[in-house]
Design a binder for this molecule. Structure first.
Ligand code: MGP
Ligand code: SAH
Length: 273
């Protein structure tokens, strides 16, 4: 059903664009059906010159962003309705199905998204009728998140704040703090084991302790190669130790990332508040 709808969207785009050659359309459909077994790039390279020309012309994507652009409907199902990203947004945004899962787990109340980026998570929290406080240090990210939230019709459910999460923390209170900080770029994958000191702008221990001062429940979105023992140890930073649940986020049969739930939200069903 998903792939039919994507194909329909692509068809619609092709017809409305008018200038597209049927060949391009055919290639993209082929790409959609093959991308899960990683043959997508091979298909594109059959006619690399034309494909790159089309992408640059229509999307302005850089080589770094290209692979994420191919995943655009996984990132935002409504991508074609005007979703806007910057480079960091492309490689950091939480894929929509994973963000929905996070939002379902919260159940209700006030959710503080301390590192909101272009809004991938904040939008889904708001869609589930939570009151959301979305913070990002980069004003451009907040502007993009606001525009993207409008596409999902949830901009009025989100309080957007430009600021440093660590500086704002003493003035914040909520039910859940959601943390998806920078991991140091896509190079995070080169580490055999991603230790919590590699998180930016502060290490995972400081980050977790600050979050705990705001809310009894903390969710951390982490690299798939994160040191799981260290993640579990975070729960020992409070007394008595918090419950902790670690979830592997699979997308199209591949491990994308890890989510750790701390507090009563761990092992909870969807309506805890
Ligand atoms: P990825 O490993 O860069 O992509 O990021 P992919 O497609 O799994 O790469 P492949 O070549 O191994 O197939 C996977 C997911 O991690 C992204 O979709 C983001 O949700 C998340 N992510 C990646 N980075 C670099 C960050 C980051 O710095 N911060 C946050 N919060 N999330 C990130
Ligand atoms: N979950 C987001 C992606 C977050 S990427 C999404 O789905 O769209 C991490 C974000 O943290 C970046 O946008 C970066 O600007 C922001 N950031 C970095 N340092 C910060 C700080 N000290 N306070 C708040 N935001 C910060």
């Amino acid at each position: 059903m998903l792939s039919n709808e994507v194909a329909a969207l692509l068809r619609k785009r092709r017809y409305s664009a008018g200038k597209r050659k049927p060949k391009f359309f055919k290639k993209i459909v082929k790409l959609k059906s093959k991308r899960r077994n990683k043959k997508a790039i091979v298909v594109v390279n059959e006619d690399k010159e034309e494909e790159e020309e089309e992408e640059e012309e229509e999307e302005g994507v850089s080589p770094l962003v290209k692979k994420y652009w191919f995943q655009r409907y996984d990132l935002f199902w409504r991508y074609d309705q005007g979703i806007k990203m910057d480079e960091e947004g492309w490689f950091s945004v939480t894929p929509e199905q994973i963000a929905i899962r996070h939002a379902l787990r919260c159940g209700g109340g006030v959710v503080i998204d301390g590192f909101a980026g272009v809004g991938g998570n904040a939008i889904q929290f708001a869609t589930m009728c939570h009151h959301v406080i979305a913070i990002d240090i980069d004003p451009r990210k907040i502007a993009l998140a606001f525009e993207n939230a409008k596409i999902y019709g949830v901009e009025d459910h989100i309080e957007f704040i430009v600021g440093d999460f660590f500086q704002l923390a003493p003035s914040l209170k909520g039910n859940v703090v959601f943390l998806s900080p920078p991991w140091g770029g896509p190079e995070y994958r080169s580490k055999e084991s991603f230790t919590l000191d590699l998180l930016k702008p502060k290490n995972g221990y400081s980050l977790f302790q600050v979050a705990q001062s705001i809310a009894p429940n903390v969710i951390m979105y982490l690299p798939r190669n994160v040191d799981l023992l260290q993640v579990e140890e975070l729960s020992w930073l409070s007394s008595p130790p918090l419950k902790v649940e670690i979830e592997e986020n699979m997308l199209h049969g591949r491990l994308k990332s890890i989510t750790a739930y701390f507090g009563d939200i761990a092992f909870s069903d969807i309506s805890m508040f």
